[in-house]
Design a protein around this ligand. Structure first.
Ligand code: SF4
Length: 68
């Protein structure tokens, strides 16, 4: 089922920066739980692989570039 704009905004607020970071990968479990994996965590121990959400500040944040 598609999510509404409001649900999308609430989800974004709950996740924080990882929602729009090039280093994050959204993972959905078999039980429909959603996790955000920080791929910087594979090479830099300063970044937890599964950061506590919402991430409000992060030195590794790299915004995803979108095409217009
Ligand atoms: S670098 Fe920071 S903002 Fe980006 S995915 Fe990792 S924890 Fe989230």
């Amino acid at each position: 089922m598609p999510i509404t704009k409001r649900q999308e905004q609430e989800q974004s607020a709950n996740v924080g920066l990882c929602q729009s970071c090039a280093h994050s990968r959204k993972i959905t479990s078999a039980h429909d739980s959603v996790f955000y994996l920080c791929q910087l965590g594979f090479t830099d121990p300063a970044f937890p692989k599964y950061p506590r959400l919402p991430v409000l500040t992060c030195a590794g944040f790299t915004p995803v570039l979108t095409q217009c």
